[in-house]
Ligand binder design. Structure first.
Ligand SMILES: O=C(O)C(=O)C[C@H](O)[C@H](O)COP(=O)(O)O
Length: 222
């Protein structure tokens, strides 16, 4: 069996690849390429009909991966994802109904925020770890630095528009635990099933995270 997971999604790995899978047959080789490149925590978005089968395949066949579900926006999807083997849940936003389902799921979760009021509302509900989405469009590192003043207890996984150049800047912030993104999974590489290229890009992403001044709380590995 796999080792126990950290209680927080932010402490799984510094870089969380965000995967969109059109063909469930691609799930296992894609996950193996990410793991081989040093990215063991993998978010499979529930944006495609293939997603539940992809989750199930990775959970069953890639023991070194820690697979979770992204784009979880309904309580029904919480159940579907956990049933398929998701070991963490990520959402681009949140509602009280969704939060209740995520809390009841038994796996760590990250609701998404993009404003100070949403952060305050989650803190009020006892949630301190959040996805910051869409990171670049919502204000990037400058916005997260500004939040750290009044709201230092909140920690984030910024996602959305992050690339190899900006990832280390995010990871250097004290209120960032990990960054998410799809930059190591170009659509043409996935379409061509170029797993070797994806492994190279994953390795570069993992290395750039290693070169950032990661805060101690964000540096834990699986
Ligand atoms: O699907 C979700 O739940 C989302 O919230 C959106 C994703 O996190 C971003 O689409 C990934 O960002 P990119 O690296 O810009 O591709």
């Amino acid at each position: 069996m796999s080792s126990p997971l950290p209680a927080s999604v932010l402490d799984l790995a510094p870089v969380l690849p965000v995967v969109v899978i059109e063909d469930a047959a691609d799930a296992v080789p894609l996950a193996r390429a990410l793991v081989a490149g040093g990215l063991p925590a993998i978010e499979v978005t529930l944006r495609t009909p293939a997603a539940p089968a992809a989750l199930r395949a990775i959970a069953g066949e890639v023991p070194d991966a820690v697979v979770g579900a992204g784009t979880v926006i309904t309580p029904e999807q919480v159940r579907e994802a956990v049933d398929a083997g998701a070991r963490f849940l990520v959402s681009p936003g949140w509602t009280d109904r969704l939060l209740e389902a995520m809390r009841g799921s038994g796996v760590p979760f990250l609701p998404g925020v993009s404003t100070a009021s949403e952060v305050v509302a989650l803190l009020e509900r006892g949630v301190r770890e959040m996805k910051f989405f869409p990171a670049q469009a919502a204000g990037g590192t400058a916005y997260l630095k500004s939040l750290a003043g009044p709201l230092p207890q909140a920690r984030f996984c910024p996602t959305g528009g992050i690339g190899p150049d900006s990832a280390p800047d995010y990871l250097a912030l004290p209120n960032v635990g990990c960054v998410g993104g799809s930059w190591m999974l170009p659509a043409d590489a996935v379409a061509a099933r170029d797993w070797a290229r994806i492994e190279r890009l994953a390795r570069a992403a993992a290395a750039s995270a290693g070169s950032a001044q990661v805060s101690p709380a964000g540096s834990a590995q699986v």
